[in-house]
Design a protein around this ligand. Structure first.
Ligand SMILES: C[S@@+](CC[C@H](N)C(=O)[O-])C[C@H]1O[C@@H](n2cnc3c(N)ncnc32)[C@H](O)[C@@H]1O
Length: 258
């Protein structure tokens, strides 16, 4: 059973953050099925809902609420529209965001395979990587969103990102990766979640797996639903949220009991 991080006594700032959360109808999730139908929580804005592939902010809110304390350093190596930065600051955490194609001045340009951060600095890492090559994020040839998840190149690139996350994370700290599988009719089904989870286990210990219900408009559109029924395939109804812990000792020296 992995130990939970130590929580300090509630400060006035924590109390006001939790009051804000209650007003916004946010409460910590307690099962492994998470459902929240919008990109932003409350009246505020976290990241940019018009950004293709923006992460629903309540996911990050739940993770930071559970696994970090105030002033913790939260890192997102593929920050996109900056959702992680906004949620972290909302909760009085420090935040560092990186991306190959920064969308705002507080995101640093770099490749997630080589972060400009010393070893063991981050208290928590969140990452929502490209899932295969169906969205165009930038013209940068190093963008992992240019690699098909039906090819080994995607997983090789993602392994370098995962290894880098394990390097910058402090021991005994947690991180999470949010991802969905990819299905392209008449071409392939790529079980990205299972493949990435297998890679993550080489570097860190699994803590839990959450299924997050997807609410995008495509799922509601009659023609998509008809095509799925008639074509005998499924629309993607959930994403995985993998939660991992970095151990103090190298993984090879641990007794794995799960
Ligand atoms: C799914 S989006 C992230 C969305 C973000 N969490 C948000 O809420 O806006 C994936 C991001 O990965 C970035 N990316 C792709 N390859 C990268 C790489 N090698 N290094 C850093 N960022 C990369 C893309 O530019 C894109 O912004």
């Amino acid at each position: 059973m992995p130990s939970r991080p130590h929580r300090p006594p509630r400060s006035a700032a924590t109390a006001s953050a939790s009051l804000r959360a209650r007003k916004q109808n946010l409460s910590p999730q307690v099962t492994t099925l998470w459902d929240f139908p919008s990109q932003n929580y409350g009246a505020g804005k976290q990241g940019d809902s018009h950004y293709a592939g923006a992460t629903p902010s309540y996911i990050i809110w739940n993770l930071l609420h559970r696994y970090t304390n105030e002033k913790a350093l939260v890192v997102d190596p593929m920050c996109g529209s900056g959702t992680t930065l906004d949620v972290a600051r909302d909760l009085n955490r420090r935040a560092l965001g990186y991306d190959l194609a920064p969308t705002r001045p507080d995101i640093f340009r770099c490749d997630a395979r080589k972060l400009p951060l010393e070893d063991a600095k981050a208290d928590f890492v969140f990452i929502d990587p490209p899932y295969s090559d169906h969205l165009t994020y930038s013209a940068d040839r190093r963008c992992i969103g240019k690699l098909s998840a039906a090819t080994p190149a995607y997983y090789e690139a993602m392994e370098l990102v995962i290894k880098e996350i394990a390097r910058v994370l402090r021991p005994d700290r947690y991180w999470a990766l949010y991802v969905g599988d990819s299905f392209v009719k008449d071409k392939f089904f790529a079980p990205i979640g299972f493949e990435l989870f297998g890679i993550m286990r080489r570097y860190c210990t699994p803590v839990d797996i959450v299924a997050v219900t997807r609410h995008n408009q495509t799922l509601q559109m009659g023609n998509y639903r008809r095509a799925a029924a008639e074509g005998n395939f499924f629309l993607r109804g959930f994403n995985y949220l993998f939660i991992m812990k970095k151990e103090r000792q190298p993984l090879g020296q641990l007794t794995i009991n799960n």
